[in-house]
Design a binder for this molecule. Structure first.
Ligand SMILES: Cc1ncc(COP(=O)(O)O)c(C=O)c1O
Length: 335
């Protein structure tokens, strides 16, 4: 966080909430945060971020102690920040083959452990060691070095986490899919076009194209902004689709800014896309862990505002439910 306006805003926020924590990897930035927090009458908790081989942000491991010392001294001087620990992220590991992922995660965590030792040897307590993500949390738990896991996306286990990040092997189920409607089929039966492109479905360089659910005879051939192109898995056969058919595809949850649950005849998961493409985002809520379900229930209350949520919800749920009749999954919202 470097923009002065953002720093001021975050300091004001820190004054209003119980605890606010920020990663820092720069001494000047630490002073800026401290100054703004002091002015706002707040305390910002800081974690010294360490580069643990991702090579994105973070100080080198041997620079962690000097920065932790500055944070600790500011804390002792009552300057608006409090040193609480260290953080790192192994962002180079998510789609590595499992054995490589384990090895790389352990190597990264060894750096966190060494930095922790160095800081504690200097007499500064390290309360938090933060790291990891959805893609490597089993390795993180096995290593036992971090005290806080920075996982998020795996809660719904979209196609990227399930297939490419290998959560399929750790008991996860896919919790998110898109329902798209066929709007045209080529006369030769070579392909069909459906109404959800990358603005709805998402696309991730690691994740590849979405996959069709329950239809081994179909493959996604490509995506444009608003359209998804389907082809038969066997090129010698004509595509078995007609205009109006619904196709369920696994997706990446990259574009969906709001997500909530609301109750009609059962729990529904609703989402709106920042990209505003068409298509419907669905989520098999049974696949979501309990804490996520509670969060969604909380959000559902928020979207239930008359002008913001339910009218749109009501309008779309009827067609969504018809689209899913006979299916054993929960859903949806046109996006
Ligand atoms: C700093 C940091 N920690 C953890 C993660 C892992 O997040 P997720 O569990 O959503 O994959 C990310 C992902 O981008 C990240 O940038």
């Amino acid at each position: 966080m470097i923009d002065p306006r953002k720093i001021r805003r975050v300091a004001l926020l820190a004054a209003r909430i119980k605890r606010l924590r920020i990663n820092v990897d720069n001494e000047e930035n630490l002073h800026e945060l401290a100054e703004a927090a002091k002015l706002a009458g707040a305390t910002i908790e800081v974690l010294v971020e360490i580069n643990i081989n991702h090579n994105r942000t973070g100080v080198a491991p041997d620079e962690a102690l000097p920065l932790a010392r500055v944070a600790h001294e500011l804390e002792l001087a009552g300057a608006g920040v409090k040193f609480v620990g260290i953080a790192g992220y192994e962002g180079h590991t998510p789609v590595l083959p499992p054995a490589d992922k384990t090895r790389e995660t352990l190597a990264s965590h060894a750096k966190l452990a060494a930095a922790r030792r160095a800081i504690e040897d200097a007499g500064i307590a390290v309360g938090v060691v933060s790291g990891g993500g959805s893609s490597n949390y089993p390795d993180c738990l096995a290593a036992g070095i971090i005290t806080e896991l920075q996982a998020g996306g795996g809660a719904l286990t979209d196609a990227l986490y399930y297939h490419k990040a290998n959560l399929a092997n750790h008991g996860h189920r896919i919790g998110a899919f898109i329902v798209t409607q066929v709007i045209g089929v080529s006369n030769q039966g070579t392909h069909a076009m459906a109404d959800a492109g990358f603005k709805s479905v998402g696309w991730h360089p690691f994740g590849g194209l979405p996959l069709v659910l329950d239809r081994p005879d179909l493959e996604v051939q490509g995506l444009s902004a608003e359209h998804l192109k389907l082809k038969p898995a066997n090129p010698d056969l004509p595509i078995q689709l007609k205009r109006g058919d619904k196709v369920y595809t696994r997706t990446h949850l990259l574009l969906h800014r709001h997500m909530a649950r609301a109750s009609l005849t059962r729990w529904w998961c609703l989402a709106r896309s920042a990209g505003r493409g068409s298509g419907i985002l669905g989520c098999d809520l049974d696949a979501a862990p309990q804490h996520l379900r509670s969060a969604q229930r909380h959000r559902a209350r928020r979207v239930a505002h008359p002008r913001r949520g339910l009218p749109r919800l009501g309008r779309h749920l009827g067609s969504s439910r018809r689209a899913l009749r006979g299916r054993n999954q929960s859903v949806l919202f046109h996006i």
